[in-house]
Ligand binder design. Structure first.
Ligand SMILES: [Zn+2]
Length: 325
């Protein structure tokens, strides 16, 4: 019985709570913001659970990429505007060769070395035949080979620039990569304009055996011709540069720049650990470690990279620096 008696009393209490009490201090009652904003249709009804759907964030609606370092999702548009640098942790994400060159050059006048196509001189088969592996890489990247070479303008300077595409069979150097690099160097030599190379490679291409190893000597000879003619050659070491590319064109620059935390070496860290039977601590083979040991001239953040390349080239070519004016 006591429950029955209590119930109407409780209801009366609840009802008084919902009614706005007249406030003596403020003459005009402040309107209840909740009820004002919500229409009667959206007003929460006690006892009915409401599943409120939050508006979708940009990463849920737009094509996005996951940062390999901090695992946060970044929209592709934000990444392109930030030069593929993670806005959360400053990690430098990989850039494709074509994006890299289009980003560097203010004006692209043309592409060189597109006429070279890879052959299969050894009829090499590992888990797949070499031609099948090639067409798979071509389909994946939209490129015909692992090196793209372009010529054009960087501000008031004419330059030739080439970039490795690491997505294309690990940016490995086969005979076509060698051909394209040599042709780019010859173009620079002929026009007396500097050469810039963005290296990102796993090394020589094993599917071409000795022919890929020969490219080390060919590219080194082409760089030597540039050196004799007094034409600047700048290498930008991006993550990662290993093997035959490190042992040739990537370490023969007049100036070596590197992106932060890029892995640069000849043999991989694990191979060296197994050989010397020692554990090699971080930052072994990182750009900062190589800077300390004199292999790299400067570690440059991607946001400052174009300015640094331009400043160096303007100085080396004795061209007035348009940024300084
Ligand atoms: Zn990140």
């Amino acid at each position: 019985m006591s429950k029955l008696v209590n119930k109407p009393f409780m209801m009366a209490n609840n009802m008084t709570d919902t009614i706005t009490k007249p406030d003596n201090n403020t003459a005009k009652a402040v309107p209840n913001s909740n009820t004002d904003r919500q229409s009667w249709f959206n007003r929460p009804i006690p006892g009915i659970k409401q599943h409120l759907t939050a508006p979708l964030s940009a990463v849920e609606t737009e094509p996005s990429t996951k940062c390999s370092n901090c695992h946060s999702m970044i929209t592709n548009t934000a990444l392109i505007f930030n030069c593929y640098v993670c806005p959360h942790c400053d990690h430098h994400l990989p850039m494709s060769a074509r994006e890299r060159l289009n980003w560097l050059l203010d004006q692209v006048d043309g592409e060189t070395g597109q006429e070279f196509t890879a052959k299969d001189p050894l009829s090499f088969v590992d888990s797949k035949p070499y031609p099948a592996r090639m067409s798979e890489a071509q389909e994946k990247t939209g490129e015909s080979e692992a090196l793209v070479a372009m010529y054009g303008k960087l501000r008031n300077l004419d330059i030739v620039a080439c970039a490795f595409d690491f997505r294309f069979m690990g940016g490995s150097m086969g005979s076509v990569v060698g051909d394209r690099f040599v042709q780019a160097a010859e173009k620079a030599l002929e026009q007396k304009v500097p050469l810039v190379c963005f290296a990102a490679s796993g090394g020589a291409r094993m599917q071409e055996g000795l022919l890929s190893l020969m490219q080390m000597a060919r590219t080194a000879a082409a760089i030597e011709r540039l050196r004799i003619a007094g034409i600047p050659y700048i290498v930008v070491l991006t993550n990662p540069v290993y093997g035959g590319v490190t042992a040739s064109l990537a370490m023969l620059g007049d100036i070596h720049l590197a992106e932060p935390k890029a892995m640069i070496g000849f043999a991989g860290k694990r191979v060296i650990e197994q050989t010397v039977r020692e554990t090699l601590e971080e930052p072994f083979q990182r750009a900062e470690f190589l800077l300390e040991h004199g292999v790299v001239d400067e570690v440059v953040h991607r946001h400052q990279l174009i300015d640094t390349i331009y400043r160096l080239l303007a100085k080396l070519c004795r061209v007035p620096n348009v940024d300084a004016q």
